[in-house]
Design a protein around this ligand. Sequence first.
Ligand code: F6R
Length: 612
Amino acid sequence: MCGIIGYAGSQNPLSVLLAGLRRLEYRGYDSAGIALTRGENDRLFICKNRGKITDLEQKLARSSAPVDARAGIGHTRWATHGEPSEKNAHPHLSQDGRFAIVHNGIIENYADLRQNLSKRGFVFQSDTDSEVIAHLIQACYEGDFKSAVAAAVRNLEGTYGIAVVCSMHPDMIVVARKGSPIVIGVGDGETIIASDASAVIQHTRHAIFLDDGDMACVTCNKVDVASLSNIPVTRELTHIDWDVGRLEKGGYEHFMLKEIHEQPQSLADSIRGRLIIEEGTSKLSGLRMEAADIVRIRRALIAACGTSLYAGIVGKYLFEDIAGIPADAQQAAELRYRNPIIEPETIMLAISQSGETADTLAAVREGIRKGALVLGICNVVGSSIARAAGRGVYLHAGPEIGVASTKAFSSQVAVLAMMALLFGRIRRLSATEGAGIASEIARLPQIAQEILNGEEEIRKTAEKYAGVRDFFFIGRGYLYPAALEGALKLKEISYIHAEGYHAAELKHGPIALLDKDVPVFAAVAASSGRIKTLANMQECRARGAPVIAVATDGDESVAAVADDIIHIPPCPEYLSPIPVVIVEQLFAYYAAKARGCPIDQPRNLAKSVTVE
Ligand code: F6R
């Protein structure tokens, strides 16, 4: 949830930390802080603040931050324990002031630890779960910095990615992880640590991803990775091939708009090299499954949250229709706690853009425990879910920075369609049927581009409805999850209350809410339930509700039942969630913009939900 950064090297650590924190601000942004080391045994310099990085920068400008700092750590926070405030902001200092820590995750036994430490005379300054770590390190210190961190961390229950500096070792940062990511960028005479590779690649493309249970002792020219019992561990140096330019807003006002516009490219990247049209199939080598394994699959269980869950519901339909595999998509928290039934030959698909969502990760672990073959569908390479699953398919959609997920959704559906094609081709599709589906998937970048070409029409419609308080989104079949996603997008960035419903479900209660002030957004494109959805739209209008239709180009029949129509190019029903959701993304974006909302950082949200 929070962002962590650390630097040891020849540049001014303060500027590197601030640049890194700005990059990480999307992860959490209610408060921020930094700690710098100076000469040996000099007091650590700490500056922290409630608010955004710009507030921290202003405070730093009024302070006497050392210009000769040797190393430092920084943090941007999304509150879990204790309100956003200066005292709860990280870094947290040990009582003797010699250790400063930043933490991402949740310490579940912090209350017990706090009580024990208090009995031993430690006085707490904050309401956080994290502060116990700083005092514990002091309590465990017997002359060796790294051993003190290891000993402290062995007492922690819960999740953590931590970085620690010590006034007695001003050139060193010690990091450790369990459940929250730590990436170590290995540069030329400099080392940068972060909770996220996006903060590392400004400096170097060579990185080490720590595993759970790892810790590392880092200086400007050395990285020693070890287990918590101090046994050296070798972690391979990975090359990160994401482009720095792609991390900037690229001329768009918001990351969200940039990422919506990237979809022709991100879809092409997700599909590239994976379709074999002439054989009517796809090649997804990360699955590491032989034809014999695929033939044996009896059931697919899909675990995900939020937008990824809605992509998962599309995946359920794709698996059943194309591959003939019974499938179920479940909210990951529900799945993990409901003692899921995993029969032999059940595969579990964990879908996650970030690859760090706590509930999805826990569902993966539960699936593995129960013997399911677990496949990760993640965007972030080396993320916790990808590594826990051990096999799967990366989206290759590029970094998604806007808090609202956009391009990840279209890439998730594209990847699920390619998986369904591969499985279907082995189990029941002819080469001709497979080739038809493969050719349709190959058209997705072009379809996305055509939606973007019609952006102006969508902007005007969104602005027309931006003043309303409540909205309904409806759809059937493949467009039912699209309705759920449309409502989610609108509510999270424009703060307009929106509900996504199956079109048939309206009559079972929600229709009572409809009147002239409650518009209905109805997707009717090429769906098998098209005629029935048209009838439902008619019912909405009869209650005075304005109806906005998303319909296929040339579909004349919607004009009679809609007040506004947004056109999408023809495409098969099983891929129609992609164009419809891109329309909904733009609709939500322009409605939020018209309302003056902070689109890339909506209130109360964080990009990566690493707590339950
Ligand atoms: C909505 C959104 C969230 C995420 C959800 C899962 O726009 O971004 O609903 O989809 O938190 O995140 P990932 O896909 O990273 O597991």
